[in-house]
Design a protein around this ligand. Structure first.
Ligand code: UGA
Length: 447
């Protein structure tokens, strides 16, 4: 019942399917039993309330609760082991649990792997475990599909209900047919393209997808770093320009302090170590990761350039979540930024609309926790914007001027109009903005 499984569960239950969510964590099942969401995701609370009322969704810790199901999804986490390889422990445990529950099942069951797993996992690990544990025959008593998810945090319900495409991998065409029919029923007229393929292609498609997106972001950050050294250049204009090329497309070209989250860092690391084990260095993926590591540290460098020494300087960090509309701080860029500031003995105050509880767990007493964005700016010598929450976008130059001791802003997510802020007397440094940019933004728009 994590971020993938729970969202899928409530989306299916809202549609009218009878869904049981299984999770070993008592805290999670108890919260779900009360209709409470164990994490923040837009509309999740409302969906949970609706499916609790409809009685189409229940949560339990009982491992065999799926024995009467037609379809069982595996949506457990696949964390990273030290060294970057994938840890399949939870997938193996889930496969064992499903195998045991199938011993008492009387109907055929379709098992669907949603978890992100390296190529070969479905065929050589999951299928074998289920077969051994259940003593039943694949293709007869149960069948298996690999069906990776592409949902984004913050848009998870939307992406589950209206996906761009559906990838179904299996060695059993009847299993693919069954899952395709299920999605025809679920999505109705909104059914997107369905790609029918092998287990391994489906598994690798997921990694290729995330690696491509992360590469796009690292690429534009690389161009941003060049643009910063060119008078009058601005990466935003360059991104808009190349984005109009249909072969490139405008999405995922927002330059900033880099990518984070529970997926890109983990999946690119797993893809790299998987590829290296096969004897290929995947240098492009390695460069994407390396570019990203350096990008976050730019915020600390910019702060040092603006303030000289950071020792005893008050720095406020706006935005802690790895992206807006989530409370998730896993691998968030804000973490290396704040650690870098603390290492230089800065006094750090932080604010995020949703991630304060998670921030407490990470930073403990090492930082001050503000009660709002404007409280965070109070008497600060410098402010770093690390996440593009819409409430930060609305902040006007007057707020920075009134609240801060010295109005110095490092726009790590390109939220502000540099001309407007500079005209208001704010020292503004922005990712990808060349020095001495004097022309007005209106000359620089795409018509
Ligand atoms: C990502 C993928 O977009 C999903 O398709 C995939 O299903 C998911 O991983 C997963 O594997 O589970 P997510 O991690 O929720 O989704 O977040 P994204 O919206 O992709 O953003 C990832 C990071 O890239 C964020 O830190 C974001 O700030 C950064 N980013 C994104 C940029 O810096 N610039 C951009 O233009 C876009």
């Amino acid at each position: 019942m994590g971020r993938v499984g729970l969202v899928l569960a409530v989306a299916l239950a809202k549609h009218g399917y009878e869904v049981v969510g299984i999770d070993p964590d008592k805290r999670v099942t108890e919260m779900l039993g009360r209709g409470e969401a164990p994490f923040y995701e837009p509309n999740l609370k409302e969906y949970l309330a609706a499916v609790s009322q409809k009685k189409t969704f229940t949560a339990t810790r009982h491992a065999s609760a799926n024995s009467k199901s037609d379809i069982t999804y595996i949506a457990v986490g696949t964390p990273t082991r030290p060294g970057g390889t994938i840890d399949l422990t939870y997938v193996e445990q889930a496969a064992k649990m499903i195998g045991r529950s199938l011993r008492v099942a009387h109907q055929h069951q379709l098992v669907v792997i949603k978890s992100t797993v390296t190529p070969g996992t479905a065929r050589t690990i999951v299928k074998t475990i289920i077969e051994d544990e259940s003593k039943k025959k694949p293709g007869v008593d149960f069948s298996l599909c690999s069906n990776p998810e592409f949902l984004r945090e913050g848009h998870a319900i939307h992406d589950t209900e209206i996906p761009d495409r559906i990838i179904i991998g299996s060695d059993d065409p009847a299993a693919i047919d069954k899952l395709e029919r299920f999605y025809e029923d679920f999505h109705g007229e909104k059914l997107p393209s369905v790609v029918r393929t092998s287990f391994e292609n489906a598994e690798l498609t997921k990694y290729a997808n995330n690696a491509f997106l992360a590469t796009k972001v690292s690429f534009i950050n690389c161009i941003a770093n060049i643009a910063e050294r060119v008078p009058h250049a601005d990466v935003e204009s360059i991104a808009a320009g190349i984005g109009l090329d249909e072969r490139i497309g405008s999405k995922f070209l927002n330059a900033g302090l880099g990518w984070g989250g529970s997926c890109f860092p983990k999946d690119l690391g797993a893809l790299l170590s998987f590829s290296k084990r096969l004897g290929y260095g995947a240098e492009l993926v390695a460069a994407t990761v390396e570019t990203n590591k350096k990008q976050a540290q730019k915020a600390v460098r910019f702060a040092k350039l603006a303030l000289g020494s950071l020792a005893s300087k008050r720095v406020s960090v706006l935005g802690l979540a790895f992206k807006p509309d989530t409370d998730d701080m896993r691998e968030a860029v804000s973490i290396p930024v704040i650690k870098g500031l603390l290492k230089q003995h800065a006094i750090v105050t932080v604010w995020d609309p949703k991630a304060m509880e998670n921030a407490h767990r990470i930073f403990g007493k090492t930082v001050r926790y503000a009660t709002s964005a404007s409280d965070c700016l109070e008497k600060a010598d410098c402010c770093i914007v690390a996440t593009e929450w819409s409430e930060f976008r609305k902040l006007r130059p007057s707020t920075f001027r009134e609240k801060m001791r010295r109005p110095r802003v490092i726009d790590g997510r390109r939220l502000y109009d540099a001309d407007e802020f500079r005209a208001a007397g704010i020292h503004l440094v922005a990712i990808g903005l060349g020095p001495n940019k004097t022309y007005a933004r209106s000359f620089d728009t795409v018509r």
